[in-house]
Design a protein around this ligand. Sequence first.
Ligand SMILES: [Zn+2]
Length: 423
Amino acid sequence: MNPFSVFLRARYGKCFASREAIARHQQQAFAHLRRHIMPRSPFYKDFADQPYENWPMMNKALMMEHFTDINTAGITKEDALDIALTSEEKRDFAPMIGQVAVGLSTGTSGQRGLFASNKRERALWAALMLGRFSPSFLRSQRVCLFLRANNMLYERLGNALISFEFYDLLQAFDLHLPRLNKQNPTVLIAPAQILRLLAHAQNDGAIDIQPRCIISVAEVLSPEDEVAITDVFGVEVDQVYQCTEGVLGMTCRAGSLHLNEAYVHIERDIIDEASGAFAPIITDLTRETQPVLKYRLDDILIPDDEPCPCGCASLRLKRIEGRCDDILYWQKHDGGLQMIPSDLIRQAVATSQCEIRDYRAVQVGQHLLKIWLDTDDFALACQYVEQNLLMEAAKLNTQLPELNFHQGITSHLDQKRRRVIAK
Ligand SMILES: [Zn+2]
């Protein structure tokens, strides 16, 4: 897969019309992995001619442990860590070992992950994103990226037609506004909570920008966020589900979030039969520097098995539920445990009859649910939320944990936002 064909497919290509078409496409991609990529990885070479079932299950910790043997560029974990950490300290994001860019992800679990990519892989990302989202190629595009850590993946991709500017979320948010105003981006890419802050800034007159395309990345975009952002900028918000391991999904032109099955094979590890909630086990069909094979992600996805009006047969998602570790369970009256979708908490807040600007819910053990509310009408808001939660708990035949309300929320923009957390 070269960047140009990826670009053409994202821009003009027909998506897969059937599951059979996806299976055929992936079969060829697997054959390529086995023939050309796996033999170059000391860790995977012996698995190249073994069935998928025999491949080891990979995860972030194992990937880190075996980094030296997994990558096909002969880079040691020590060298990669050394260069990534130094560049992060200096906030100078151009760590390269030869032609390979090395980055360090923090992730929500706090565990660090190393990732390495060559020039072709970095160009694939841009080809995919711009092919799908760039408003026009007749005019030059200015892309703004708000990210927690930069790396070569994003910078230096620019050319005469497309310029990228990177905004480091570890710096104070207000400091970015004058530069953003000057850049006046045509494409705005940021985590949902940053998009929301930018909408506020635009509303207050602190900035005046006219993006023609807005893409939410890295965090769950709630319907409330989406409406608030669209209202201010007058542009539909697209979503890209991406992590260190690749671009796993994006919204189609009909507005549904589809998994990116042209480039990633996804196996479902079902967590909850009733909702179909699953943790994805991914095999990236495009990675060569650091193969991502049978890699279990820490996310929970809720599938939507109805066909999409856009005609694409790639799996649709109802939503990204959050991290595996953040799934709440409430006690059922029959003694079992019931998985509680984060959307239930969101609904309980959203349907309160007073204004709640934002919320956090942290469940501690089985019996205590702490809730932070950003509202001017705290006493009333607590009553409404409690009422709604009691109703939902009754519907599910479960015992609502003891509630403990707090007023106000402190946000840490340099951390991925999690509205619902399990401790
Ligand atoms: Zn669709």
